[in-house]
Design a protein around this ligand. Structure first.
Ligand code: NAD
Length: 440
Protein backbone atom coordinates (compact mmCIF):
# COMPACT_ATOMS: atom_id res chain seq x y z
CA UNK A 1 0.00 0.00 0.00
CA UNK A 2 1.40 3.43 -0.95
CA UNK A 3 2.41 5.60 2.03
CA UNK A 4 0.48 8.60 0.79
CA UNK A 5 -1.70 9.16 -2.20
CA UNK A 6 0.41 10.67 -4.96
CA UNK A 7 -1.41 13.49 -6.70
CA UNK A 8 -1.54 12.89 -10.47
CA UNK A 9 0.76 14.90 -12.76
CA UNK A 10 -2.06 16.90 -14.33
CA UNK A 11 -1.46 20.09 -16.29
CA UNK A 12 1.76 21.76 -17.35
CA UNK A 13 4.87 21.96 -15.17
CA UNK A 14 6.81 25.25 -15.16
CA UNK A 15 10.57 24.68 -15.09
CA UNK A 16 12.37 27.72 -13.71
CA UNK A 17 16.12 27.80 -14.18
CA UNK A 18 18.03 30.62 -12.48
CA UNK A 19 21.13 30.89 -14.68
CA UNK A 20 20.50 30.20 -18.37
CA UNK A 21 24.05 29.30 -19.40
CA UNK A 22 25.61 26.12 -20.77
CA UNK A 23 23.92 23.56 -18.51
CA UNK A 24 20.46 25.15 -18.64
CA UNK A 25 20.39 25.64 -22.41
CA UNK A 26 21.78 22.15 -23.06
CA UNK A 27 19.03 20.77 -20.84
CA UNK A 28 16.24 22.74 -22.52
CA UNK A 29 17.41 22.06 -26.07
CA UNK A 30 17.95 18.39 -25.25
CA UNK A 31 14.45 17.96 -23.83
CA UNK A 32 12.97 19.72 -26.87
CA UNK A 33 14.90 17.39 -29.18
CA UNK A 34 14.04 14.29 -27.16
CA UNK A 35 10.33 15.03 -26.99
CA UNK A 36 10.22 15.41 -30.76
CA UNK A 37 12.02 12.10 -31.12
CA UNK A 38 15.06 13.80 -32.68
CA UNK A 39 17.64 12.63 -30.13
CA UNK A 40 17.73 10.13 -27.24
CA UNK A 41 17.66 11.27 -23.59
CA UNK A 42 20.86 9.36 -22.78
CA UNK A 43 21.97 9.52 -19.14
CA UNK A 44 18.52 10.17 -17.70
CA UNK A 45 17.30 7.70 -15.10
CA UNK A 46 13.74 8.94 -15.43
CA UNK A 47 13.70 8.31 -19.20
CA UNK A 48 15.89 5.23 -19.59
CA UNK A 49 16.36 3.67 -16.14
CA UNK A 50 14.63 0.54 -14.88
CA UNK A 51 13.69 -0.65 -11.44
CA UNK A 52 13.43 -4.25 -10.28
CA UNK A 53 10.35 -5.06 -8.21
CA UNK A 54 9.47 -7.94 -5.91
CA UNK A 55 11.82 -10.79 -5.02
CA UNK A 56 15.11 -11.32 -6.82
CA UNK A 57 13.58 -14.32 -8.55
CA UNK A 58 10.60 -12.39 -9.95
CA UNK A 59 12.39 -10.77 -12.94
CA UNK A 60 9.86 -7.92 -12.77
CA UNK A 61 11.72 -4.91 -14.07
CA UNK A 62 9.86 -1.78 -15.14
CA UNK A 63 10.97 1.45 -16.71
CA UNK A 64 11.02 3.99 -13.87
CA UNK A 65 8.75 6.29 -15.85
CA UNK A 66 6.19 3.48 -16.10
CA UNK A 67 6.47 2.72 -12.39
CA UNK A 68 6.11 6.17 -10.78
CA UNK A 69 3.71 8.87 -12.03
CA UNK A 70 6.20 11.39 -13.42
CA UNK A 71 5.32 14.46 -15.46
CA UNK A 72 5.98 13.90 -19.16
CA UNK A 73 8.69 15.81 -21.01
CA UNK A 74 5.94 17.23 -23.25
CA UNK A 75 4.37 18.93 -20.19
CA UNK A 76 7.43 21.06 -19.37
CA UNK A 77 7.35 24.83 -19.93
CA UNK A 78 10.76 26.53 -19.57
CA UNK A 79 11.66 29.88 -18.09
CA UNK A 80 14.45 31.41 -16.05
CA UNK A 81 16.61 34.36 -15.18
CA UNK A 82 20.03 35.52 -16.31
CA UNK A 83 22.27 38.57 -16.06
CA UNK A 84 22.47 38.49 -19.87
CA UNK A 85 19.32 39.21 -21.88
CA UNK A 86 20.10 36.67 -24.63
CA UNK A 87 17.25 34.32 -25.45
CA UNK A 88 17.89 30.60 -24.92
CA UNK A 89 18.89 30.07 -28.57
CA UNK A 90 21.50 32.84 -28.44
CA UNK A 91 22.74 31.63 -25.05
CA UNK A 92 23.04 28.06 -26.37
CA UNK A 93 25.01 29.27 -29.40
CA UNK A 94 27.30 31.20 -27.07
CA UNK A 95 27.78 28.15 -24.84
CA UNK A 96 29.08 26.12 -27.82
CA UNK A 97 27.95 22.78 -26.47
CA UNK A 98 25.42 21.54 -29.04
CA UNK A 99 25.96 21.37 -32.76
CA UNK A 100 24.25 23.80 -35.10
CA UNK A 101 22.02 21.08 -36.60
CA UNK A 102 20.65 20.23 -33.17
CA UNK A 103 20.09 23.86 -32.20
CA UNK A 104 18.48 24.76 -35.53
CA UNK A 105 15.98 21.92 -35.16
CA UNK A 106 14.54 23.61 -32.04
CA UNK A 107 15.56 27.18 -32.79
CA UNK A 108 12.09 28.74 -32.64
CA UNK A 109 11.19 27.05 -29.38
CA UNK A 110 14.48 28.13 -27.79
CA UNK A 111 14.25 31.69 -29.11
CA UNK A 112 10.89 32.05 -27.38
CA UNK A 113 12.51 31.61 -24.00
CA UNK A 114 13.73 34.97 -22.77
CA UNK A 115 15.33 35.22 -19.36
CA UNK A 116 13.78 37.43 -16.72
CA UNK A 117 16.04 40.05 -15.16
CA UNK A 118 18.43 38.60 -12.60
CA UNK A 119 18.70 39.23 -8.88
CA UNK A 120 22.41 39.86 -8.95
CA UNK A 121 24.76 41.44 -6.45
CA UNK A 122 28.17 41.20 -8.17
CA UNK A 123 30.26 40.62 -5.04
CA UNK A 124 29.18 36.95 -5.02
CA UNK A 125 30.48 36.22 -8.55
CA UNK A 126 33.42 38.51 -9.18
CA UNK A 127 34.19 37.38 -12.74
CA UNK A 128 30.64 37.99 -14.01
CA UNK A 129 29.32 41.30 -15.34
CA UNK A 130 25.93 41.48 -17.03
CA UNK A 131 23.44 44.27 -17.72
CA UNK A 132 20.15 42.35 -17.40
CA UNK A 133 19.62 42.83 -13.66
CA UNK A 134 16.95 44.03 -11.25
CA UNK A 135 17.39 46.76 -8.70
CA UNK A 136 15.74 46.94 -5.31
CA UNK A 137 16.32 48.93 -2.11
CA UNK A 138 16.63 45.79 0.01
CA UNK A 139 17.20 42.09 -0.49
CA UNK A 140 13.73 41.58 0.91
CA UNK A 141 12.30 43.64 -1.98
CA UNK A 142 14.48 41.62 -4.35
CA UNK A 143 12.92 38.39 -3.10
CA UNK A 144 9.46 39.91 -3.60
CA UNK A 145 10.34 40.73 -7.22
CA UNK A 146 11.46 37.14 -7.79
CA UNK A 147 8.23 35.87 -6.25
CA UNK A 148 6.25 38.12 -8.60
CA UNK A 149 8.27 36.71 -11.54
CA UNK A 150 7.39 33.16 -10.51
CA UNK A 151 3.68 33.91 -10.15
CA UNK A 152 3.67 35.83 -13.44
CA UNK A 153 5.40 33.02 -15.36
CA UNK A 154 3.16 30.28 -13.99
CA UNK A 155 0.04 32.33 -14.81
CA UNK A 156 1.22 33.40 -18.27
CA UNK A 157 2.10 29.84 -19.30
CA UNK A 158 -0.97 28.42 -17.62
CA UNK A 159 1.01 25.92 -15.54
CA UNK A 160 -0.41 23.81 -12.75
CA UNK A 161 2.86 23.51 -10.82
CA UNK A 162 6.47 24.70 -10.91
CA UNK A 163 9.96 23.41 -10.08
CA UNK A 164 13.30 25.29 -9.97
CA UNK A 165 16.87 24.05 -10.46
CA UNK A 166 19.72 26.48 -9.81
CA UNK A 167 21.94 26.39 -12.90
CA UNK A 168 23.61 29.71 -12.08
CA UNK A 169 27.27 30.36 -11.45
CA UNK A 170 29.33 29.19 -8.52
CA UNK A 171 29.41 31.96 -5.92
CA UNK A 172 32.11 33.02 -3.48
CA UNK A 173 32.46 30.75 -0.47
CA UNK A 174 30.01 31.50 2.34
CA UNK A 175 29.92 29.69 5.66
CA UNK A 176 26.58 29.44 7.47
CA UNK A 177 26.24 32.43 9.83
CA UNK A 178 23.72 33.57 12.45
CA UNK A 179 21.47 34.94 9.72
CA UNK A 180 21.00 31.39 8.34
CA UNK A 181 19.91 29.81 11.59
CA UNK A 182 16.16 30.47 11.47
CA UNK A 183 13.37 31.95 9.35
CA UNK A 184 13.04 35.12 11.47
CA UNK A 185 16.81 35.77 11.41
CA UNK A 186 16.94 35.25 7.64
CA UNK A 187 14.02 37.55 6.96
CA UNK A 188 15.64 40.23 9.16
CA UNK A 189 18.86 39.71 7.18
CA UNK A 190 16.96 40.27 3.92
CA UNK A 191 15.53 43.53 5.23
CA UNK A 192 18.98 44.65 6.47
CA UNK A 193 20.80 43.70 3.25
CA UNK A 194 22.98 41.20 5.10
CA UNK A 195 26.18 40.47 3.13
CA UNK A 196 25.83 36.84 4.28
CA UNK A 197 22.78 36.43 1.99
CA UNK A 198 23.87 35.59 -1.55
CA UNK A 199 22.02 35.75 -4.86
CA UNK A 200 21.26 32.03 -4.99
CA UNK A 201 19.83 32.15 -1.46
CA UNK A 202 17.37 34.84 -2.56
CA UNK A 203 16.14 32.67 -5.45
CA UNK A 204 15.81 29.66 -3.16
CA UNK A 205 13.90 31.72 -0.60
CA UNK A 206 11.53 33.14 -3.23
CA UNK A 207 10.87 29.68 -4.67
CA UNK A 208 10.16 28.05 -1.33
CA UNK A 209 7.85 30.91 -0.36
CA UNK A 210 5.97 30.33 -3.59
CA UNK A 211 5.72 26.59 -2.91
CA UNK A 212 8.18 25.78 -5.72
CA UNK A 213 10.58 22.84 -5.10
CA UNK A 214 14.22 23.93 -5.45
CA UNK A 215 17.35 21.94 -6.34
CA UNK A 216 20.82 23.43 -6.19
CA UNK A 217 23.16 22.32 -8.99
CA UNK A 218 26.11 24.41 -7.79
CA UNK A 219 28.22 24.09 -4.64
CA UNK A 220 26.81 27.39 -3.28
CA UNK A 221 25.25 27.72 0.15
CA UNK A 222 21.78 28.21 -1.36
CA UNK A 223 19.25 26.01 0.36
CA UNK A 224 21.26 23.87 2.81
CA UNK A 225 20.99 25.92 5.98
CA UNK A 226 18.58 25.69 8.90
CA UNK A 227 16.39 28.67 7.93
CA UNK A 228 15.74 27.32 4.43
CA UNK A 229 15.02 23.84 5.77
CA UNK A 230 12.63 25.31 8.33
CA UNK A 231 10.81 27.34 5.70
CA UNK A 232 10.65 24.37 3.33
CA UNK A 233 9.17 22.21 6.06
CA UNK A 234 6.67 24.86 6.98
CA UNK A 235 5.59 25.38 3.34
CA UNK A 236 5.74 21.64 2.53
CA UNK A 237 8.26 22.17 -0.27
CA UNK A 238 10.91 19.60 -1.30
CA UNK A 239 14.52 20.77 -1.67
CA UNK A 240 17.69 19.03 -2.86
CA UNK A 241 21.40 19.71 -3.40
CA UNK A 242 24.13 20.34 -3.93
CA UNK A 243 26.56 20.50 -6.88
CA UNK A 244 25.77 18.16 -9.78
CA UNK A 245 27.91 15.01 -9.63
CA UNK A 246 28.96 14.66 -13.25
CA UNK A 247 32.60 13.88 -14.20
CA UNK A 248 35.62 13.41 -12.01
CA UNK A 249 33.67 13.16 -8.76
CA UNK A 250 31.25 10.68 -10.32
CA UNK A 251 34.18 8.36 -11.03
CA UNK A 252 35.74 9.05 -7.64
CA UNK A 253 32.58 7.92 -5.88
CA UNK A 254 32.63 4.64 -7.79
CA UNK A 255 36.36 3.91 -7.43
CA UNK A 256 36.89 4.93 -3.80
CA UNK A 257 34.19 2.51 -2.57
CA UNK A 258 35.84 -0.24 -4.67
CA UNK A 259 39.23 0.41 -3.03
CA UNK A 260 37.61 0.41 0.37
CA UNK A 261 35.60 -2.73 -0.35
CA UNK A 262 38.87 -4.57 -1.13
CA UNK A 263 40.67 -2.85 1.75
CA UNK A 264 43.31 -1.42 -0.54
CA UNK A 265 45.17 1.49 1.06
CA UNK A 266 45.60 5.00 -0.29
CA UNK A 267 48.65 7.26 -0.16
CA UNK A 268 47.41 9.97 -2.48
CA UNK A 269 44.78 11.05 -5.01
CA UNK A 270 45.74 13.89 -7.30
CA UNK A 271 42.96 15.31 -9.47
CA UNK A 272 43.32 18.05 -12.03
CA UNK A 273 41.05 19.45 -14.77
CA UNK A 274 41.14 21.82 -17.68
CA UNK A 275 37.94 23.60 -18.61
CA UNK A 276 37.28 26.54 -20.93
CA UNK A 277 33.63 27.49 -20.57
CA UNK A 278 32.16 30.39 -18.57
CA UNK A 279 31.91 28.14 -15.52
CA UNK A 280 35.67 27.54 -15.84
CA UNK A 281 36.29 31.28 -16.09
CA UNK A 282 34.25 31.93 -12.96
CA UNK A 283 36.02 29.13 -11.08
CA UNK A 284 39.29 30.86 -11.94
CA UNK A 285 38.40 33.36 -9.21
CA UNK A 286 39.84 32.00 -5.93
CA UNK A 287 36.65 32.84 -3.95
CA UNK A 288 34.43 30.81 -6.29
CA UNK A 289 37.01 28.01 -6.56
CA UNK A 290 37.05 27.68 -2.77
CA UNK A 291 33.35 26.80 -2.85
CA UNK A 292 33.91 24.16 -5.55
CA UNK A 293 37.03 22.79 -3.89
CA UNK A 294 35.22 22.20 -0.60
CA UNK A 295 32.54 20.27 -2.49
CA UNK A 296 35.04 18.15 -4.45
CA UNK A 297 37.37 17.40 -1.53
CA UNK A 298 34.73 16.14 0.89
CA UNK A 299 33.87 12.86 -0.84
CA UNK A 300 37.01 10.79 -0.16
CA UNK A 301 37.14 11.46 3.58
CA UNK A 302 33.53 10.54 3.88
CA UNK A 303 33.77 7.31 1.84
CA UNK A 304 37.07 6.05 3.24
CA UNK A 305 36.35 6.74 6.93
CA UNK A 306 39.97 7.17 8.02
CA UNK A 307 38.92 7.14 11.67
CA UNK A 308 37.83 3.51 11.30
CA UNK A 309 40.67 2.47 8.94
CA UNK A 310 43.69 4.33 10.24
CA UNK A 311 46.27 1.99 8.66
CA UNK A 312 44.76 2.28 5.17
CA UNK A 313 43.46 5.83 4.94
CA UNK A 314 44.95 7.65 7.92
CA UNK A 315 47.33 9.89 5.99
CA UNK A 316 46.62 10.22 2.27
CA UNK A 317 47.12 13.41 0.27
CA UNK A 318 44.10 14.62 -1.73
CA UNK A 319 44.51 17.51 -4.17
CA UNK A 320 41.94 18.97 -6.57
CA UNK A 321 42.75 21.57 -9.17
CA UNK A 322 40.77 23.23 -11.99
CA UNK A 323 42.58 25.30 -14.60
CA UNK A 324 40.70 27.66 -16.87
CA UNK A 325 41.88 26.84 -20.39
CA UNK A 326 39.72 28.61 -23.02
CA UNK A 327 40.51 26.42 -26.08
CA UNK A 328 38.65 23.50 -24.50
CA UNK A 329 35.30 25.26 -24.03
CA UNK A 330 32.79 22.86 -22.44
CA UNK A 331 34.92 19.80 -23.34
CA UNK A 332 36.51 19.32 -19.99
CA UNK A 333 39.46 16.97 -19.55
CA UNK A 334 40.35 15.52 -16.19
CA UNK A 335 43.32 13.50 -14.97
CA UNK A 336 43.51 11.48 -11.81
CA UNK A 337 46.64 9.88 -10.40
CA UNK A 338 45.92 7.47 -7.57
CA UNK A 339 48.72 6.07 -5.41
CA UNK A 340 47.42 3.00 -3.66
CA UNK A 341 48.90 0.02 -1.84
CA UNK A 342 47.98 -3.63 -1.41
CA UNK A 343 49.03 -6.86 0.31
CA UNK A 344 52.04 -6.26 2.61
CA UNK A 345 51.99 -2.58 1.69
CA UNK A 346 53.22 -2.98 -1.93
CA UNK A 347 52.58 0.20 -3.95
CA UNK A 348 50.49 0.48 -7.14
CA UNK A 349 49.22 3.32 -9.30
CA UNK A 350 46.12 4.04 -11.29
CA UNK A 351 45.69 6.80 -13.92
CA UNK A 352 42.40 8.03 -15.28
CA UNK A 353 42.04 10.44 -18.16
CA UNK A 354 38.40 11.41 -18.77
CA UNK A 355 37.70 13.46 -21.88
CA UNK A 356 34.16 14.49 -21.14
CA UNK A 357 31.67 17.21 -21.88
CA UNK A 358 30.51 19.08 -18.85
CA UNK A 359 27.02 20.12 -19.86
CA UNK A 360 26.28 16.87 -21.70
CA UNK A 361 26.85 15.07 -18.40
CA UNK A 362 24.86 17.61 -16.37
CA UNK A 363 21.74 18.00 -18.56
CA UNK A 364 20.15 14.58 -17.84
CA UNK A 365 20.62 15.23 -14.13
CA UNK A 366 18.67 18.48 -14.43
CA UNK A 367 15.85 16.67 -16.24
CA UNK A 368 15.72 13.96 -13.58
CA UNK A 369 15.75 16.49 -10.75
CA UNK A 370 12.88 18.43 -12.33
CA UNK A 371 10.74 15.31 -12.57
CA UNK A 372 11.76 13.77 -9.24
CA UNK A 373 11.22 16.98 -7.26
CA UNK A 374 7.79 17.40 -8.82
CA UNK A 375 7.02 13.78 -7.92
CA UNK A 376 8.22 14.39 -4.36
CA UNK A 377 5.94 17.38 -4.00
CA UNK A 378 2.93 15.53 -5.35
CA UNK A 379 3.77 12.75 -2.87
CA UNK A 380 3.66 15.17 0.08
CA UNK A 381 7.41 14.93 0.82
CA UNK A 382 8.73 18.18 2.30
CA UNK A 383 12.12 19.83 2.88
CA UNK A 384 15.37 18.07 2.06
CA UNK A 385 15.14 14.96 -0.10
CA UNK A 386 18.10 12.86 0.94
CA UNK A 387 17.23 10.09 -1.56
CA UNK A 388 18.17 12.51 -4.37
CA UNK A 389 21.77 12.58 -3.07
CA UNK A 390 22.57 10.33 -6.07
CA UNK A 391 22.74 13.46 -8.22
CA UNK A 392 25.06 15.55 -6.07
CA UNK A 393 28.72 15.90 -5.08
CA UNK A 394 27.78 17.20 -1.62
CA UNK A 395 24.49 15.50 -0.80
CA UNK A 396 22.35 17.36 1.69
CA UNK A 397 21.56 15.37 4.82
CA UNK A 398 19.71 16.06 8.04
CA UNK A 399 21.96 17.50 10.80
CA UNK A 400 24.25 14.89 12.41
CA UNK A 401 23.61 12.36 9.60
CA UNK A 402 26.64 11.31 7.52
CA UNK A 403 26.16 11.81 3.80
CA UNK A 404 26.25 8.71 1.58
CA UNK A 405 28.68 9.36 -1.30
CA UNK A 406 29.02 5.88 -2.83
CA UNK A 407 27.24 6.20 -6.19
CA UNK A 408 25.80 2.69 -6.23
CA UNK A 409 24.61 2.90 -2.64
CA UNK A 410 22.97 6.23 -3.54
CA UNK A 411 21.25 4.60 -6.53
CA UNK A 412 20.00 1.76 -4.32
CA UNK A 413 18.63 4.35 -1.85
CA UNK A 414 16.91 6.29 -4.61
CA UNK A 415 15.25 3.19 -6.01
CA UNK A 416 14.14 2.07 -2.57
CA UNK A 417 12.63 5.53 -2.01
CA UNK A 418 10.62 5.05 -5.21
CA UNK A 419 9.56 1.55 -4.14
CA UNK A 420 8.51 2.94 -0.77
CA UNK A 421 6.54 5.76 -2.39
CA UNK A 422 4.60 3.23 -4.45
CA UNK A 423 4.09 0.81 -1.54
CA UNK A 424 6.34 -1.87 -3.08
CA UNK A 425 8.59 -4.12 -1.04
CA UNK A 426 12.06 -2.62 -0.46
CA UNK A 427 14.99 -4.69 -1.70
CA UNK A 428 17.56 -6.21 0.60
CA UNK A 429 20.98 -7.06 -0.83
CA UNK A 430 20.81 -10.54 0.68
CA UNK A 431 17.51 -12.35 0.77
CA UNK A 432 17.63 -15.89 2.23
CA UNK A 433 14.21 -16.70 0.73
CA UNK A 434 15.87 -16.57 -2.66
CA UNK A 435 17.77 -19.77 -1.87
CA UNK A 436 14.65 -21.46 -0.59
CA UNK A 437 12.77 -20.48 -3.77
CA UNK A 438 15.67 -21.67 -5.97
CA UNK A 439 15.87 -24.99 -4.15
CA UNK A 440 12.12 -25.59 -4.37
N1 NAD B 1 28.38 21.13 -16.06
C1 NAD B 1 28.71 20.40 -15.04
O1 NAD B 1 29.16 19.29 -15.23
C2 NAD B 1 28.51 20.92 -13.66
C3 NAD B 1 28.77 20.05 -12.60
C4 NAD B 1 28.58 20.50 -11.31
C5 NAD B 1 28.11 21.78 -11.09
N2 NAD B 1 27.91 22.62 -12.13
C6 NAD B 1 27.46 23.96 -11.81
O2 NAD B 1 26.35 24.32 -12.59
C7 NAD B 1 26.32 25.73 -12.71
C8 NAD B 1 26.08 26.11 -14.17
O3 NAD B 1 27.17 25.70 -14.96
P1 NAD B 1 27.29 26.23 -16.45
O4 NAD B 1 28.40 25.48 -17.09
O5 NAD B 1 25.97 26.26 -17.09
O6 NAD B 1 27.79 27.73 -16.21
P2 NAD B 1 27.51 29.00 -17.15
O7 NAD B 1 28.48 30.03 -16.70
O8 NAD B 1 27.48 28.63 -18.58
O9 NAD B 1 26.03 29.43 -16.75
C9 NAD B 1 25.72 30.02 -15.54
C10 NAD B 1 24.79 31.17 -15.83
O10 NAD B 1 24.34 31.70 -14.60
C11 NAD B 1 24.17 33.08 -14.77
N3 NAD B 1 24.05 33.69 -13.46
C12 NAD B 1 24.98 33.84 -12.52
N4 NAD B 1 24.46 34.42 -11.43
C13 NAD B 1 23.17 34.64 -11.69
C14 NAD B 1 22.09 35.21 -10.95
N5 NAD B 1 22.28 35.68 -9.72
N6 NAD B 1 20.87 35.24 -11.53
C15 NAD B 1 20.67 34.76 -12.78
N7 NAD B 1 21.65 34.24 -13.53
C16 NAD B 1 22.88 34.17 -12.98
C17 NAD B 1 25.36 33.48 -15.62
O11 NAD B 1 25.16 34.71 -16.27
C18 NAD B 1 25.46 32.31 -16.58
O12 NAD B 1 24.76 32.56 -17.79
C19 NAD B 1 27.64 26.26 -12.15
O13 NAD B 1 27.45 26.69 -10.83
C20 NAD B 1 28.50 25.02 -12.15
O14 NAD B 1 29.54 25.05 -11.19
C21 NAD B 1 28.08 22.22 -13.42
Amino acid sequence: MALKRIRPAEGKLAVLLPGMGAVATTTMAGIMLARRGLAPAVGSLTQMGRIRLGHRTSRRSLLIRDFVPLAGMEDLEFGGWDVFGDDAYEAAVHAQVLEKAHLDAVRDELANIRPMKAAFYPEYVKRLHGPHVKSAPTKSDMVEQLRADIRGFVAEKNCARAVAVWCGSTEAYLAPADVHQGVAAFEAGLRNNSPQISNSQMYAWACIKEGVPFANGSPNLSVDFPAALELAKDRQVPTAGKDFKTGQTLLKTVLAPALKARLLGLRGWYSTNILGNRDGEILDDPDSFRTKEASKLGVLDSILQADLHEGLYGSFTHTVQIDYYPPRGDRKESWDNIDLFGWLGYPMQMKINFLCRDSILAAPLVLDLILMLDLAQRSGMASLQEWLGFYFKSPMTPPHVEAEHDLLAQLANLKNALRGMMGEELTAPFDPEYYEESAA
